[in-house]
Design a protein around this ligand. Structure first.
Ligand code: NDP
Length: 495
């Protein structure tokens, strides 16, 4: 793995690679056209390195490597594939601190979040699918009269896994793990904005002895490398997580070629707070659901609907809680809110804060650009809470994907459900109530792939994960992911 001299303006507590490379056929290499993009450290706004700007030529090279590796990888027993993936997970575990520091450095998130959430979860993704594959079975149907049908679930071949910048290694491995476990070979493309941990991960794959070509990682922008990857005729399936507009572009390329697609897209998630909730826990958890990872999680609850009898009490407690969240250096243990991921994203978030003002919103706290000492060029915005906005205005309809939420009151269950379902999105919702009957009723009515009752982002990797409406197509997680990455074949025997 290539490393170069540490930057003098900041001393990351790990050996920082400054020239990232693609990983093809088990080897690191620059893009064939030798073009690069700049990499930025969000907490200071300083450029720290470069990544390859790959093109269709690199896609061709990576797909060929993956095709060569496919027959042997697919022919391994499930136990052998599982063992190779478990070795990889062990090597990741041994490098947990390095990966956590790198994730925080590249993304701007607090390092304690990367250390306790992102990287442990990335390791669990690999372990989960490495062991899930040992417990799969394929269906058989005894049709009577001497006829037996059975279903073979075979790997697809070479698949593409494209992931976003908000939970970089966590979401990259969430796709790669089931694809590999099911016997496919992979060409992966992490976000150009946060490629560092995927680059380090490629080195760990080599260290763990993953056979060359089984996993190939291409870096670069969506336009330059993502598009030709999705359109490559030998790519059999595309697993994508990112924005809804990008998902639509990907679908327009992949669908006419009849590729399998799993699209995990945006959200504008409602949080429904009923007057009978456990008040103190709800205030704390709703703030966590709103602002974890600087509000840059597709599952964050950004439209907070509160039943009118407790609206004012909730608003007061919630705003006090949010205002107490410390915004600052991602390295500090008491930092709750780190830097936003990029200058462009900071500008997008600030433009939505301006829009919310223009739409008549009343800002209750936050929404300011902050400049922590020593990190004056960083992309920090304090968590913003608005009220007084119409549920159908743009601030309440469009995904901001940052630390901006709105509060509004409701009077009846039906009204809450109506507001909750009023956007084009349908990814996740949370419901806070002590009335069990109401919890079940509301959960059924919400147009959402996931509903959490009295909790948020409790994840069991066996459950189906994904959204409805413009939040996506298909489900990840557990058997859903293993089904996606295999092709069922019916075999019918008369004997
Ligand atoms: P983008 O859609 O901009 O990018 C996602 C990935 O797709 C990146 O790797 C990007 O590359 C790549 N890409 C961009 N254009 C193309 C293209 N034409 N063909 C192929 N690949 C392309 O999303 P963000 O990275 O900005 O992530 C934020 C979005 O992700 C939010 O909308 C959020 O809601 C969503 N998201 C959804 C989740 C879910 O599970 N439903 C989970 C997490 C995030 P590059 O960045 O290098 O240009």
């Amino acid at each position: 793995m290539q490393t170069s001299q540490q930057t003098d303006w900041i001393k990351p507590p790990f050996s920082l690679p400054q020239t990232l490379e693609n990983f093809i056929d088990g080897q690191h290499q620059p893009a064939l056209k030798a073009q690069t993009l700049d990499l930025y450290h969000p907490a200071s706004g300083r450029q720290y390195g470069t990544l390859p700007e790959s093109t269709a030529a690199d896609v061709q090279f990576a797909v060929e490597a993956a095709q060569r590796a496919f027959p042997a990888w697919a022919a391994l027993t499930a136990q052998a594939r599982s063992a190779a993936m478990l070795r990889l997970a062990d090597v990741m575990e041994a490098n947990l601190e390095l990966l956590a520091q790198a994730e925080s450095f590249d993304n701007g998130k607090p390092v304690h979040v990367a250390r306790t959430v992102d990287i442990p979860r990335a390791i669990s993704n690999i372990r989960f699918f490495a062991t899930a594959i040992l417990h799969t079975s394929q269906e058989a149907h005894d049709s009577g009269n001497g006829v037996l049908n059975y279903t073979l679930r075979q790997p697809l071949g070479v698949v593409a896994c494209i992931s976003p910048w908000n939970l970089p290694l966590y979401l990259f491995t969430w796709k790669i793990a089931p694809a590999l476990a099911a016997g496919n070979t992979v060409v992966g493309k992490p976000s150009e904005i946060t490629p560092l941990t995927a680059y380090l991960f490629s080195g760990l794959c080599r260290e763990a002895g993953l056979p060359p070509g089984v996993l190939n990682i291409l870096h670069g922008s969506g336009a330059s490398v993502g598009t030709p990857l999705v359109g490559h005729p030998q790519i059999k399936a595309v697993s994508f997580t990112g924005g809804t507009a990008t998902g639509a572009r990907i679908a327009s390329i992949a669908a006419p070629q009849f590729k399998k697609m799993s699209l995990e897209l945006g959200g504008k998630n409602p949080t429904l707070v009923f007057a009978d909730c456990d008040f103190d826990t709800t205030v704390k958890e709703v703030a966590r659901a709103a602002f974890s990872n600087q509000g840059q999680i597709c599952l964050c609850g950004s439209r907070i609907l509160v039943e009118r009898p407790i609206y004012e009490r909730f608003r007061e407690a919630f705003v006090a809680r949010v205002a107490s969240l410390k915004v600052g250096d991602p390295q500090h243990a008491d930092t709750a809110i780190g830097a936003l991921v990029s200058k462009a994203h900071q500008e997008k978030v600030l433009s939505y804060i301006e829009l919310a003002h223009a739409e008549g919103g009343n800002l209750l706290c936050g929404g300011e650009v902050l400049q922590p000492e020593g990190l004056e060029g960083g992309y920090f915005v304090s968590p913003a809470v608005f009220e007084g906005l119409d549920p159908w205005c743009r601030s309440n309809q469009e995904e901001i994907f940052g630390p901006v939420v709105t509060l509004f009151p409701f009077d009846t269950d039906d009204e809450a459900i109506h507001y909750a379902n009023s956007t084009q999105y349908g990814l996740a919702a949370s419901v806070w109530t002590s009335n069990l009957g109401r919890a079940h009723r509301v959960a059924r009515e919400l147009e959402s792939g996931i509903v959490w009752i009295n909790c948020w982002m409790l994840r069991d990797l066996r459950t189906p994960f994904g959204g409805v409406k413009s939040s996506g197509v298909g489900r990840e997680g557990g058997w859903e992911a293993l089904r996606f990455f295999t092709e069922p074949k019916n075999v019918c025997i008369q004997f």
